[in-house]
Design a binder for this molecule. Structure first.
Ligand SMILES: [Ca+2]
Ligand SMILES: [Ca+2]
Length: 508
């Protein structure tokens, strides 16, 4: 690797500064300016949580008092989107600061450190560690158990409990589901206690760490909750918040997919998550919506336990709290359940910040990407700008939420499929050239594809041109070891999970 002369000169100055400090008996860590005055960070991640939270008003019935309380203390980004509508690629993007199109990670595998190019990548928590922070991860931050039991490089200083469902019913509560009756495809209530759930243990761990924190260093504590990811099991008290007979169902007009390209189906050609027609035929659509809402309220109560502990602690006034979900979730809209789509239901996520210097109880409608978390948290903590991250700090919007952002939010699901979302429009382009355009001003639910075949696209030519400019210019091929939810265009056709798609067949 070649460094420009100016960089070499700077490195030389840094090296001599370090050796002088050692000569003076000052360790570099102690020399790092006023570590003790740096804010702490509590990062709360939630799995598969769409915009059904009070601050985003995505569902009229939802009860999330803890998230509402956090929103009152800070800034809610109302137009925040994941970079990939799936756990592993979304979380990889957040933690590495790189888009899926830059890593080639679109599927549930691989772990990015198994790729030589990213083996030594400095992640968000490592960046903080390198600047004097003590770092903690409990529950689901990375997908699966990625990064645990790994000594080099260490992802964090302290590992908390791994993510888990906790207690489960003796057998599935719903009828066998298509595509293999996957064990995670289940929902409902059964006799158990909140204290026996995996997320309870994650919250207890976070509370305990906050209560017993040593003051020597600032801390970055990341706690990741599993619910409302399926299986949506919650105790009866959370179901009681949503009586079945008065439950509001999300709008899902019949035939909504008639104006989306055939290739929109390729993104979720075969999933363990049941389609809406199966849910309806088996009387499971309403129970799924109810169980999802119950799970959201339970997980919100665990967010509340962490916020309570923080507010009672000595760190209440000097801690940045950030809450996000890795992507959204369909509950029957557009004929599917699950994620793996480029519509708002899959890409729109809660993103909330509170803490020192952040204004209270305001909403920012500018487009934001989860990719922005890395540079934003670094900026808020006064750490140096991390090298080659692709996000843009949201600090200007946290200081003044009306500050415009030029860059729209881009979400990708496998190479060639992207959506671009600004303050008004969503443009989608699929790997075979299929397109959609939605006007959120008149159509927030994205029912009407304005550029479906047969419609006049001329009135939208400028909008399309402007949004298309943000489509990724260079896309890395599927990373070695990719599997599950992967879609590939090859010379002889389009392949879903390495099986050739026959476009004339119904999706499974
Ligand atoms: Ca997820
Ligand atoms: Ca439609």
């Amino acid at each position: 690797m070649k460094y420009p002369l100016r960089c070499i000169a700077m490195l030389a100055v840094k090296a001599s500064l370090f050796s002088s400090l050692f000569l003076l008996g000052v360790s570099p860590a102690a020399a790092a300016e006023s570590d003790s005055s740096r804010p702490n960070v509590v990062m709360i991640a939630i799995d598969d949580l769409n915009d059904w939270v009070e601050p985003l008003a995505g569902h009229p019935d939802v009860k999330t008092p803890a998230m509402a309380r956090l929103a009152k203390r800070g800034v809610t980004f109302s137009n925040a989107h994941c970079q990939a509508p799936l756990c592993n690629p979304s979380r990889t993007s957040i933690m590495t600061g790189l888009r899926p199109t830059s890593t080639g990670i679109y599927g549930l595998t691989p772990w990015f450190r198994d790729l030589p190019k990213f083996k030594s990548r400095t992640t968000l928590l490592q960046h903080f560690h390198n600047h004097g922070y003590q770092t903690f991860i409990g529950g689901k931050i990375y997908h699966n158990v990625y990064g645990r039991n790994q000594s080099h490089p260490q992802e964090c200083d302290v590992w908390g409990p791994a993510s888990s469902i906790g207690v489960k019913p003796p057998q599935k509560l719903i009828p066998p589901t298509p595509n293999g009756n996957h064990k995670l495809m289940d929902w409902g209530t059964f006799p158990h206690r909140d204290e026996d759930k995996g997320d309870w243990h994650v919250a207890s761990w976070a509370v305990n760490e906050i209560e017993s924190m040593q003051d020597e260093k600032p801390f970055f504590l990341a706690a990741g909750f599993f619910l409302p990811h399926v299986p949506c099991y919650a105790t009866q008290k959370w179901f009681d918040l949503y009586p079945e007979d008065t439950l509001t169902m999300p709008p899902m007009p019949a035939g909504d997919r008639s104006d989306t390209p055939r290739s929109s189906w390729y993104l979720h050609w075969e999933l363990p998550e049941p389609r809406t027609d199966w849910l309806e035929a088996n009387d499971q659509l309403r129970p799924l919506v109810r169980a999802y809402l119950a799970s959201i309220s339970f997980v919100d109560s665990q967010v509340g336990r962490i916020l309570d502990a923080l507010e009672k602690s000595p760190y209440a006034d000097n801690t940045i709290v950030v809450l996000w979900s890795d992507h959204g979730y369909h509950l029957g809209e557009k004929a599917i359940s699950g994620k793996n789509s480029l519509w708002a239901r899959s890409t729109r996520v809660p993103l909330l910040f509170a803490g020192p210097g952040i204004p209270a109880d305001v909403q920012c409608d500018q487009p934001a990407e989860l990719l922005d978390l890395y540079p934003t948290l670094a900026a808020l903590a006064g750490l140096p700008e991390p090298e080659d991250v692709e996000g843009i700090s949201l600090k200007p919007q946290l200081v003044d939420p009306s500050t415009p952002r030029e860059r729209p939010a881009v979400s990708s699901h496998n190479k060639g499929n992207h959506s671009v979302c600004d303050t008004r429009w969503r443009y989608i382009r699929y790997l075979d050239g299929g397109e959609e355009l939605y006007d959120h001003e008149s159509d927030p639910n994205e029912f009407d594809n304005l550029i479906a075949p047969g419609k006049d696209r001329a009135p939208y030519a400028d909008v399309i041109d402007r949004l298309r400019r943000w489509l990724p210019k260079q896309e890395r091929a599927l990373a070695k070891g990719s599997s599950q939810r992967i879609l590939q265009q090859r010379a002889n056709g389009i392949f879903w999970e390495n099986k050739k798609i026959d476009p004339s067949q119904a999706p499974h």
